[in-house]
Design a protein. Structure first.
Length: 204
């Protein structure tokens, strides 16, 4: 396939619109005290954006699938200290994307995950995860739970952070291989299955 046959990336205004919608969605999620209602709002809105928005990563006849809400996968956790560690993701479109590990969170018996800071313009907290459902029910290389620079922020209760795996979602590269996505490094993987959140899409 030559470059003329490949579909164009969405334009700047379309991407800005998508980001605005995502930021607004997560603001509504944080404002809703009932996690089940917040999750329904999240799944319905993401599915609509995925189908209709001009900046959607959707290709072909793909459609999102989400698991039912399971409160066992919602955690309110303190950020624990961690030794600094550098992680540099090589992206074909954005060059080297640097992350710095600044802390960890413990999700009950599931284990401990690294928290990363996007160490470039804008900054932001990034929490990818790969669990035991990867490759069967969920994307094999992992999903994202928090990515605050893009609006994916579930909020806090006091000084503790909400880490709810029911809101784990697929990176754009799941749907369209033109996108380059940083995926879960070793410190963001655990063996137990967490088959909640966004599942492998219809048409994958």
């Amino acid at each position: 396939m030559n470059g003329q046959d490949e579909p164009a990336y969405p334009g700047a205004l379309d991407v800005a619109s998508w980001r605005r919608e995502v930021h607004a969605l997560y603001a509504a999620v944080r404002a809703e005290p009932d996690p089940v209602i917040a999750h329904a709002l999240w799944t319905d809105t993401r599915a609509r954006l995925f189908l209709d928005h001009p900046a959607s990563p959707r290709s072909g006849d793909q459609a999102m699938r989400h698991a039912a809400y399971d409160p066992a996968y919602r955690f309110v956790v303190s950020v624990e200290p961690a030794e600094p560690q550098r992680w540099e993701f090589a992206s074909a479109s954005d060059g080297t994307v640097p992350f710095e590990r600044f802390g960890q969170v413990t999700l009950g018996e599931l284990g401990r995950l690294d928290l990363w800071w996007l160490d470039s313009y804008g900054g932001g907290i990034f929490l990818p995860v790969r669990d035991g459902s990867a490759g069967s029910e969920t994307y094999g290389a992992g999903r994202y739970v928090l990515d605050t620079v893009k609006g994916a922020d579930l909020g806090r209760e006091g000084e503790d952070w909400v880490v709810d795996l029911n809101f784990a979602y697929n990176p754009s590269c799941v749907y369209d291989p033109r996108w380059n996505c940083p995926l879960a490094p070793a410190g963001n993987r655990f063996a137990a299955s967490a088959p909640v959140g966004e599942l492998l899409p219809v048409g994958y």
